[in-house]
Design a protein around this ligand. Structure first.
Ligand code: AMP
Length: 456
């Protein structure tokens, strides 16, 4: 047979373009073990969002020179008891804890900042060039009441800057957060507040407690308990009666010292400079005790109306934790950080129909018919993949029709068809998936031809 290119149009059905990956209805297995409450499977159809989110975070981390750190999922419970605060929801009721075979009480991490502060001390990171800028992503565990957007295992992406006291570090975190959201197609607004430092906050706490004591009979039962041990948390209460009371509560801005005030003002100047959208929220306190000075939360910018911000739906949050490393036995190390909830980001991306760029998806599908073609296809597939062709194959489908269906689902530009006849003739067929036109080409020239067609 002539090795010149030949064209022929086969009478194959023109394949339909279908939606990528669809999951069929659940099977009704009689006693199949069930997913644990508050946990979630991340199915193949979701992975495109997860990969995209991780890739965006990785690219921004590289650009801002943050280095990746991974800490264990299990830690000594003391790490969290000492840092997060005994009267917080996390420590009071949300930690997954267990006693291991050695009798140690351990916890599944509810967050990663405490672990990173521990790692900073354990690995002598104080001797590295400062500040140390770290980022992470991974699962966190909180035994809270599952509801929309709230899971018992969820995932966070977080960034931390250790050993930098200046407000430019707080501003850098907000810039990183904005950049990630923007690249994910989400437009966000920051709710921001300052909590002062351990010294100036005390005067505020006294005043706050006095105010709440005067309205004690209107407080919910939990807040009555918090009033004794941690009055700041009253500002965080979602009970309508308590939420109403906070509008008349004293505000921290009237109590903080000059240094804390200057830090906050400087940060706001930076934010104005970078054009970050923010609202001042004097009742924002965050659920963890270790925060000092700056605290912020990130919300989707639904509208310009500030009152539409709902704490329950924060995409992420963070702040400064100048005393955390010291609390754990290290030297005084001013630091700040934030974390996003990946599930929340993805749910908003889905709501907003964010289009995920599919540059990494396959461009070519290799369809194989018959035994001798399969043998040849294994090597051909690997040769083309190594040569930089984004190619896919599905050995479990036997017929050409079923393989073309897969090629369609993958939305490839070309399908290569290799059958017994082509193996004998030393040829291969290239099918243009948008026109259905097929051409027979020299098997040995397939790489050159494909590269030309794909513009590589
Ligand atoms: P936090 O560590 O509490 O500051 O939370 C930071 C972010 O993690 C939140 O804004 C959420 O996006 C996410 N997050 C926290 N708890 C959960 C949860 N139980 N389920 C899903 N996402 C969560």
């Amino acid at each position: 047979m002539s090795k010149r290119r030949q064209f022929r149009k086969l009478s194959l059905p023109k394949p339909k373009r279908v939606k990528p990956f669809e999951v069929s209805a659940p099977q009704s297995g009689a006693s199949a073990p069930q997913l644990i409450r508050g946990m979630k499977d991340i199915l193949p159809a979701d992975q495109i969002y997860w990969d995209f989110t991780r890739n965006v975070a990785r690219a921004i981390a590289d650009a801002y020179r943050f280095e990746r750190i991974d800490t264990p999922i299990i830690e000594d419970i003391k790490l969290f008891n000492r840092t997060i605060g005994r009267q917080t929801d996390i420590i009071e009721k949300e930690m997954f804890t267990f006693i291991d075979k050695g009798g140690e009480t351990l916890a599944l991490r509810p967050e990663a900042t405490a672990s990173i502060a521990r790692a900073y001390i354990n690995h002598g990171m104080l001797n590295l060039p400062q500040p140390v800028k770290l980022w992470y992503m991974g699962p966190m565990f909180r035994h809270n009441r599952p509801q929309a957007g709230r899971y018992r295992q969820f995932h966070q992406i977080g960034f931390e800057i250790l050993n930098e006291a200046k407000p430019v570090a707080d501003a850098e975190l907000i810039a990183v957060t904005s950049a990630i959201c923007q690249d994910l197609g989400l437009s966000v607004v920051f709710a921001i507040n300052t909590l002062g430092d351990a010294v100036c906050r005390q005067a505020y706490l006294n005043e706050l407690a006095a105010y709440y004591r005067s309205v004690r009979s209107h407080l919910c039962e939990t807040c009555k308990r918090r009033l004794v041990k941690n009055p700041l948390r009253l500002l965080d209460c979602k009970e309508p009666s308590c939420a109403k009371l906070k509008t008349s509560a004293p505000q921290i801005a009237d109590f903080i010292c000059e240094d804390c005030k200057n830090h906050f003002m400087k940060l706001l100047e930076y934010l104005d400079e970078v054009g970050a959208a923010y609202v001042l929220d004097p009742s924002l306190v965050r659920g963890l005790d270790y925060y000092t000075r700056t605290v912020f939360e990130i919300f989707l910018k639904d509208s310009d109306k500030v009152d539409e911000l709902s704490r329950q739906n924060a995409l992420g949050g963070g702040g400064r934790y100048d005393n955390l490393v010291e609390i754990l036995g290290g030297r005084a190390t001013p630091a700040c950080g934030f974390a996003f909830g990946i599930e929340r980001l993805i749910s908003k991306m889905r709501d907003r129909n964010v289009i995920i760029p599919t540059t990494e998806s396959a461009k070519v599908f290799l369809a194989v018919l018959g035994e001798s073609a399969k043998r040849r296809a294994l090597k051909l597939f690997e040769d083309l993949r190594r040569a930089g062709i984004r190619i896919a194959i599905n050995f479990s489908k036997e017929t050409l029709k079923s393989q073309l269906e897969v090629a369609n689902k993958l939305m490839v530009d070309y399908t290569l068809i290799l059958g017994q006849k082509e193996v004998l003739d030393e040829t291969i067929i290239i099918r243009d998936m948008s026109t259905g036109v097929q051409e027979i080409v020299d098997y040995k020239k397939i790489l050159i031809i494909l590269k030309k067609k794909l513009g590589l």
